[in-house]
Ligand binder design. Structure first.
Ligand code: HEM
Length: 444
């Protein structure tokens, strides 16, 4: 029953809350429309009404796994066309979710991260090789090279040769095309789909076919050899069929790089804008890494302040900006809103992470919010950039280690001169990243 839930003031009969919305920026539109509406609100698109959760307390309640579970909503459901029954897009009750989760969990332990560390260092060295050549760099483009290369090599023993190319690997453009298609499709009106859909659909089919071709190439180049990386575990377990393995590979190639790339890009943006944060982070890297030519696994895990910079960047711009939760049973949310089993709500992380009841001066960038005493003083389950519960991000430690290593490496080696006139613009393709942000790295 959504009648009691607030909605934007300009609801138009038949079409719904379309004033001020664009297919390119659904998240930022929802942030604007939702501000001032409180911890929960609805938006209507034609006859479809979506409930958005913007408050920290309701988000914490939705984390209760006995009453709520993951729901595949909107854009994520559209991604089934790419990821099928892979981990990210599997339905809770699909047996392949548990099968693959059990096979892959050992690949994400602390011990596994330690084993991946040398390869992550190698890829970071390639970024340094590029930045040492001098000149202005497009931050998001280079972070995408770094993260795609890392998941390719670490997860699958496959190099996209990202740093040997001028342009991004075609995998990236095909992926962007298909993500954008999923984003548009999930918000588009059916009549618009009929009018404009044919060409877009065909392009999407070509993109998805190309992604599958790359995945087959990754798998083919490995058949026979085993190994303990993601692909090795899947091939040798015997628990997963061939189609599912393909779905997992494509899932990991996409989920394993797109969000981390955005997170690194936002962190570098905030570092370039906050000289005192930059100085403190650099001081930590100098102190912890000393004169080591390359950092050890432990030396990366000891960068506590750099880690806070990353956490704070993901608070303001959670690069996976939301997730959906459905009621497992008939229940009441926030003592007020009845939900029947199966009904769902979308947790809007950029709003939740700005809830002023939990985050004073929410727009201010302040890594100290993640100092241990401040974390302890906050309620649980109000900071959720990696999702929640059983279906939370399996790659969290992977992303954190990779990103902390990369940030530490950059901080230790370069001053970052950014265009002072640049104003943050956020680009959306289901995930978020800064658009048009470049810096000129200079060796210290
Ligand atoms: C799930 C965020 C990095 C693989 C998720 C979810 C979120 C998320 C919010 C839950 C989605 C939902 O409930 O619908 C992020 C962010 C990352 C990141 C912000 C980087 C900063 C990674 C990396 C990998 C990865 C590096 C792989 C190496 C996955 C997978 C799932 C997932 C496979 C599905 C898990 C399941 O349902 O069993 N991620 N992720 N992610 N993520 Fe990540």
């Amino acid at each position: 029953d959504t009648a009691a839930i607030p909605h934007p003031p300009w609801r138009v009969p038949f079409v719904g809350d379309v004033v001020g919305t664009s297919l390119r920026t659904p998240v930022q539109d929802t942030m604007k429309q939702g501000s001032g509406l409180g911890p929960i609100f609805t938006r209507r698109f034609l006859n479809r009404e979506v409930v958005f959760v913007a408050g920290a307390a309701l988000t914490a309640e939705l984390a209760d796994e006995s009453r709520f579970a993951k729901h595949l909503a909107l854009g994520v459901e559209e991604l089934r066309g790419i990821g099928g029954d892979g981990l990210f897009t599997a339905y809770n009750e699909e047996p392949n979710w548990k099968a693959a989760h059990d096979v892959l969990l050992p690949a994400f332990t602390q011990g596994a991260m330690r084993a991946y560390h040398p390869a992550m260092v190698d890829v970071t060295a390639e970024l340094v090789g590029k930045w040492d050549r001098g000149g202005e760099v497009d931050v998001s483009a280079d972070m995408t090279k770094l993260t795609l290369e890392t998941i390719g090599r670490v997860g699958f023993g496959y190099s996209f040769e990202s740093f040997r190319r001028e342009q991004a690997h075609p995998f990236v453009s095909a992926m962007i095309g298909s993500l954008r298609y999923a984003q548009r499709k999930s918000f588009q009106f059916p009549w618009a789909r009929k009018l404009f859909g044919r060409a877009a659909e065909e392009r999407n089919r070509a993109d998805v076919a190309y992604l599958a071709q790359v995945v087959d190439e990754v798998i083919r180049s490995r058949r026979g050899s085993e190994g303990t990386d993601l692909l090795g575990l899947m091939l040798s377990s015997g628990a997963l069929d061939e189609v599912n393995i393909r779905n997992q590979v494509i899932t990991f190639l996409i989920a394993g790089h797109e969000t981390t790339s955005g997170a690194l890009s936002f962190a570098l943006y905030y570092l370039s804008r906050n000289p005192s944060v930059f100085a403190r982070a650099r001081e930590e890297v100098d102190r912890v890494w000393g004169s080591a030519s390359e950092p050890s696994f432990e030396q990366v895990t000891k960068l506590r302040y750099v880690r806070r910079v990353l956490d704070e960047s993901l608070r303001l711009w959670p690069t996976a900006p939301g997730y959906a939760r459905e009621a497992r049973v008939d229940t009441v949310l926030g003592k007020r809103y009845r939900m029947r089993a199966g009904q769902w709500a979308l947790v809007m992380l950029p709003l939740v992470h700005r809830d002023p009841s939990v985050w004073p001066e929410p727009e201010r960038f302040d890594p100290d919010r993640f100092a241990p005493e401040q974390v302890k003083a906050r309620p649980a389950h109000v900071y959720k950039p990696f999702g929640t519960g059983e279906r939370a991000c399996i790659g969290r430690q992977f992303a954190v280690h990779e990103a902390t290593l990369a940030l530490g490496t950059v901080l230790r080696r370069y001053d970052l001169a950014a265009d002072p006139g640049y104003r943050l613009r956020v680009k959306e393709m289901l995930t978020l990243k800064p658009a048009g942000f470049s810096v000129t790295p200079r060796r210290r």
